[in-house]
Design a protein around this ligand. Structure first.
Ligand SMILES: Nc1ncnc2c1ncn2[C@@H]1O[C@H](COP(=O)(O)OP(=O)(O)OP(=O)(O)O)[C@@H](O)[C@H]1O
Length: 99
């Protein structure tokens, strides 16, 4: 998928990514020092440490996992993935969690 398709396509895309293990699931308990840093139309953004490391990660939560949100997630994954690839990162780590 290179451009945004319909909402159904987005939900299928997410479900396929999960079933093929492209998306990994991490328990909330592995994150520490979770602090809210912002909010947008679809949810809230937090910064957190992974386990006990010094490295900050951005965690996004979504108000609802509906069609519009699925489309937003897919767009964001595609944009961040292409930016990181252009910077020659070999692996891409994105974290979303749902409340
Ligand atoms: N990786 C990040 N690091 C630090 N702060 C962030 C990060 N991502 C988002 N934020 C903060 O959280 C806010 C909300 O981000 P989010 O991506 O949810 O919404 P948005 O893109 O700003 O707005 P909308 O989703 O309504 O178009 C941002 O305005 C920013 O202040």
């Amino acid at each position: 998928m290179t451009t945004t398709n319909s909402s159904n396509d987005c939900i299928n895309w997410i479900e396929e990514a999960i079933s093929k293990n492209y998306f990994k699931y991490y328990e909330h308990r592995y994150f520490s020092n979770v602090q809210k840093v912002g909010a947008g139309g679809f949810g809230e953004v937090f910064r957190a440490n992974w386990k006990n490391s010094e490295q900050y990660l951005a965690l996004k939560s979504f108000f609802n996992l509906d069609n519009a949100t699925a489309k937003e997630i897919v767009n964001e994954v595609i944009i961040i993935h292409s930016i990181l690839l252009s910077l020659e990162f070999n692996k891409v780590f994105l974290i979303f969690f749902f409340i």
